[in-house]
Design a protein around this ligand. Sequence first.
Ligand SMILES: Cc1cc2nc3c(=O)[nH]c(=O)nc-3n(C[C@H](O)[C@H](O)[C@H](O)COP(=O)(O)O)c2cc1C
Length: 387
Amino acid sequence: MRFFLSLSRIANLDDMRDAARRRLPKLAFDFFDGGADRESALARNRAAFDALTLTPRVLRNVSSRSIACELFGRSWAAPLGIAPTGLANLARGGADVMLARAAAALDLPCVSSTASTTSIEAVGRAAPRHTWFQLYMPKDRAIGDDLMARARAAGAEVLVMTVDLAVPGRRDRDVRNRFSLPFRLDPAMLADFMLHPGWALDMLFGGSPRLANWEKYTAGRLSAESLAALQAQQIDASLSWADVERVRGTWSGPLLLKGVLHPDDARQARALGVDGLLVSNHGGRQLDCAPATFDALPAIRDAVGDQFALLLDGGIRHGEDIAKALRRGADFCLVGRPTLYGVAAYGQAGVEHVLRLLIDGRSRTLGLLGETSVAGLRRAAPRGLVV
Ligand SMILES: Cc1cc2nc3c(=O)[nH]c(=O)nc-3n(C[C@H](O)[C@H](O)[C@H](O)COP(=O)(O)O)c2cc1C
């Protein structure tokens, strides 16, 4: 069996997933790769993209193509960014910073999670102009306010408030693997760790991943266990639109709601002055019967109109998927697992490789569709018209 392929032989994101699977023990790979319950939403996200074909247009001089775009008052190299993912340092010590640096190197945004294993201050220092912050509003609203203030001070310009975690989802793979932080080691787990020595040594010397943003609020109890317990206690099932209103009043920069799938919720968000939505089902990790995000997109675009920022994540694995999302009415896309696979397998170079594969695929797709710009692609088939 070949354990390490040179990065240049990683031809697509499936190869990168395989490479991550080889480097990580099962418990870590499954934590990143898995979805809620029977993983129907996870599968649906992919199937929705695969089900759509786009018809090429020919003889339209596509020699000069640009995939750059604008969002929230600044330009980005492509309509692509890195979605927030908690516990990323379980993939590799320093993963959060590598993700942020890779995004910055390609001039793309990276969303740092409340559940990040590196503090927002450290991530912001690593990629000052490319870091956005994702907020899980905690039960203790004073902590939420403080997290926002810290994010702002760390240079985050965009706040992404995740609203689809009123109740935590349940991932069967994690149950079977007895996944917990810190690890509850048993002989099978130890054996698996020993079969993945690169990862095991990394964790041994780098320390087990910890929810760094919470360190400030645990009154000196800094063990990984205390931090995880505090975050779990702070999940708030009573979160409501009043909280969105409050956050809107506090955060002066662009505010996105993440996890909106229903057109009525989209309308309400817009009415409350939110600047955009991230159409997401949490990568199929929350409600397992949720629709594919790609399928939910057209009704949401209809609900909010053409001038409202719509981002989409869930199942994007090729530049063609980004083209499809844009054709259906998205302005911008994020990826979660692919960049985690990249950082797990090859560190920052792996993340950059993943982003480049997506961007190159996106540019090639644009040319084959007979378009030269992102705006052209959007104009070609507004509002989800399938061609
Ligand atoms: C391991 C993992 C951890 C995640 N952690 C968070 C998180 O802390 N906050 C959040 O809003 N979404 C989180 N998500 C969801 C992602 O932001 C994103 O919605 C999803 O991964 C997109 O789907 P994709 O992985 O198919 O690209 C997580 C996803 C994964 C796979």
